[in-house]
Design a protein around this ligand. Structure first.
Ligand code: FNR
Ligand code: 8K6
Length: 347
């Protein structure tokens, strides 16, 4: 039974979704060498317009946010024009699309932006090498100065304004999966002792500055946020992180965002310091619209929505394998299983 997925849902007075299925943000590394979206990308997103809402693959807000090859940007006029082709294709087919705004922080690599510093909350690097470019070893980042932080906040807000110019219906701030904003929210990566670290109030400051700068620019009705309260990717957990997210959720609840979205690959993962699943923890501490994600089938997602575990579901890998995911689920047709070799091309 997948009935619960096929009811419309109003995010707010501005945006109503035709169904409860979001296409999850999926990095595909297929932009051109100037990080401009291509016609093939417009076709790819256009084919998936039946989703209630598409969240674009993560889009870097400026050059030093890049950590993987050929990830698209939203900081040059050419990139804005490229995205216009994508948003037009989605709108022509009756869909809606948000841009996911991204800075990878300590997961960035200077190989991609012509050398220079890698910025993060603290000078604590990630171990290992860049996926798909294993010859690139992560370097120790520079702890961002107050001036660096102010510039980052401005650049997030500018990227959000650029997203609206590019025809997006809104933005999802990427505050999840161990990237820059998430690095401020976890003790593993934030060792600061100034007003951006050391206490929950200080550790949430950067995230809230970004949220407030963007909502001030494009409106809270068009702004969403993805977070990973449970550390699982490029990040180590710490029981003290719990207090940070408790306070963050209380603050976010007052901000009327379009939605909050969990960043996780498998929502059956449990975190001892969250008392269980990340989605249950957020649901218990945040009353507004919540998007669940992570290894759900249409059936298990519909059941979870029926049990009020979250309001909307984001579907990732099955959407790579099935451009017509929504139509197939609606008709009860069998889905093509996802496999990693599908990442090699845009279908
Ligand atoms: C992802 N995911 C991801 N998350 C995100 O916030 N921004 C991104 O750009 C990406 N990119 C990405 C690429 C690929 C190839 C995969 C498989 C995943 C995570 C994704 O949004 C989602 O949370 C997970 O895939 C779990 O959902 P599914 O796939 O189990 O439905
Ligand atoms: C967001 C950029 C990603 C670039 C390509 C990502 C490909 C993802 C393939 C799966 C990776 C899984 C990592 C999940 C860790 C879970 C640990 C329990």
């Amino acid at each position: 039974m997948t009935d619960n997925l096929f009811h419309p849902y109003a995010l707010n007075n501005t945006i109503e979704l035709n169904n409860r299925i979001l296409m999850a943000p999926l990095t595909r590394c297929m932009a051109d060498d100037d990080l401009v979206p291509t016609q093939a990308m417009a076709d790819y997103y256009g084919r998936r317009s039946e989703a209630g809402l598409i969240i674009s693959e993560a889009v870097i807000i400026r050059p030093d946010g890049q950590g993987y090859p050929n990830t698209p940007g939203l900081f040059s006029p050419e990139q804005i024009n490229g995205w216009l082709k994508v948003t037009d294709a989605v709108h022509e087919n009756g869909g809606k699309i948000f841009a996911q705004l991204w800075h990878t922080g300590r997961v960035a690599h200077p190989h991609f932006f012509g050398g220079g510093e890698v910025l993060a909350p603290s000078a604590v690097g990630v171990e290992g090498t860049v996926p798909r470019m294993r010859e690139l070893v992560y370097q120790t980042p520079k702890a961002a100065s107050h001036q660096d932080i102010a510039r980052l906040v401005k650049d997030y807000a500018q990227a959000a304004a650029n997203a609206i110019d590019a025809g997006f219906d809104g933005v999802e701030i990427h505050g999840a999966n161990g990237y820059l904003i998430d690095q401020f929210l976890h003790h593993d990566s934030n060792r600061r002792s100034d007003e951006y670290g050391g206490t929950p109030e200080n550790m949430i400051r950067f995230a809230l500055e970004v949220v407030d700068a963007i909502t001030g620019r494009i409106g809270s009705d068009r702004t969403a946020l993805r977070i990973s309260p449970g550390a699982y990717f490029n990040m180590a957990g710490d029981s003290r992180d719990r207090n940070v997210f408790d306070l963050l959720l209380a603050e976010l609840e007052q901000r009327d965002l379009a939605f909050l979205h969990i960043g996780i690959f498998d929502d059956s993962m449990e975190f001892d310091y969250l008392g269980g699943r990340a989605s249950s923890y957020v649901r218990g501490n945040y009353r507004n619209t919540l998007v669940g994600v992570g290894s759900y089938s249409a059936d298990s997602a519909s059941a979870a929505i029926g049990e009020d575990k979250f309001d909307l579901i984001a579907i990732g890998r099955p959407f790579i394998a099935n451009p017509d995911y929504v139509a197939k689920v609606r008709a009860g047709e069998e889905l093509t299983p996802y496999s990693e070799d599908m990442l090699a091309s845009l279908v």
